[in-house]
Design a protein around this ligand. Structure first.
Ligand code: PEP
Ligand code: MG
Length: 325
């Protein structure tokens, strides 16, 4: 079965009736690049840079980071690479950067909040990403954004990093797209405002589900309450996509939901064509897309939006997934 799936690597992800989807890979290290290419990823939709900062004794220098980003961008050979800025805190810690003990780490000092407080670290990372952008299609993405102010502050530091490179005469892509992860409910509610400050959205369903349902994604005891197919999530997805459409910016999905083939009808109905997922999911999801009718998928999604409980929605999507096998 695995060999048969591997034959799909070079096949385009198109539904039976011609709706094209684009599948990219979520990666955390350079080691995964070969697999991403082998499994036909059209790019890196999410590079989780925190792993570059982990298992070491100090922050990686601009040069060290640049070398890593460069390897990825080069390997992608013209395919896009979305580099997400540091997303530590929450469940991820660095030995050499002690964070205060927090009662609610996922509501605490994490991701962009740390970057905006430790601006020198942030600027170093942005500079390294910018340098890589001279060698291939690179995009920057900010995690955990909850306000317009945060995007503006981050962009201000990005401008400083650009000015610094200008002064040093080092090339970069001055038009580098800058995206925002939509993974905090506030960002969904003001997605129309955030869309005016950035070039693309990527929906982080892992955190979005956790925050919308107030269900800690790490807590086993309440794992049965973690429902990606909750009507509240479906409504939020629609709000995000409509805001992006109105603003004329692209939107993709990079949370685990993208790697769950049952979600395909939702993306088709919403008009989201870019999905980024773990490498293990790429061929399985592509296989499902190839066997799906977009027209039927739209009808199923429309039904989902009329249902009132996550159980009903999940059941309908599961049935549809199994029926079109
Ligand atoms: C997400 O929150 O959906 C996401 C893609 O980021 P992470 O899982 O790294 O928090
Ligand atoms: Mg996240």
């Amino acid at each position: 079965r695995k060999e048969r799936l591997e034959l799909l690597a070079s096949v385009e992800a198109v539904t039976k009736d011609g709706t094209e989807m684009r599948l990219s890979a979520n990666i955390s290290s350079v080691k995964e690049l070969d697999m991403a290419v082998k499994y036909g990823a059209l790019g890196v939709g999410l590079f989780r840079t925190e792993f570059l900062y982990m298992d070491r004794a100090n922050f990686p220098s601009e040069e060290e980071q640049f070398q890593v980003y460069l390897q990825i961008v080069r390997k992608m050979e013209g395919r896009h690479t979305v580099i997400r800025t540091l997303d530590i805190g929450g469940d991820k810690q660095l030995d050499y950067f002690p964070l205060p003990q927090e009662d609610n780490p996922f509501l605490g000092f994490r991701a962009i909040r740390i970057s905006l407080e430790r601006q020198e670290l942030f600027q170093t990372q942005l500079t390294a990403i910018l340098r890589a952008s001279a060698y291939g299609k690179t995009k920057i993405m900010y995690p955990m954004i909850s306000s317009v102010d945060e995007v503006r502050q981050a962009n201000e530091i990005l401008r400083r990093a650009m000015a610094d490179l200008d002064a040093r005469g080092i090339p970069y892509d001055p038009e580098i797209p800058v995206g925002v992860m939509i993974e905090v409910p506030a960002a969904v509610t003001i997605a129309d405002l955030i869309a005016k400050e950035c070039d693309f959205f990527s929906i982080g369903t892992n955190d979005l589900v956790q925050y919308v349902l107030a269900v800690d994604r790490m807590n086993e005891q309440i794992a049965h309450m973690y429902h990606p197919y909750h009507p509240a999530i479906l409504r939020m997805l629609r709000t995000i996509v409509e805001a992006a459409r109105d603003a004329g910016i692209p939107v993709s999905v990079c949370g685990e939901m993208a790697g769950d083939e049952r979600s395909i009808p939702l993306w088709i109905a919403l008009g989201v064509h870019d999905l980024s997922m773990s490498i293990q999911s790429l061929l399985r999801v592509k296989h499902r897309i190839l066997n799906t009718s977009a027209q039927e998928a739209r009808a199923v999604a429309e039904e989902c939006y009329k249902l009132t409980t996550n159980g009903e929605i999940e059941r309908l999507l599961t049935e549809f997934n199994e029926s079109s096998r």
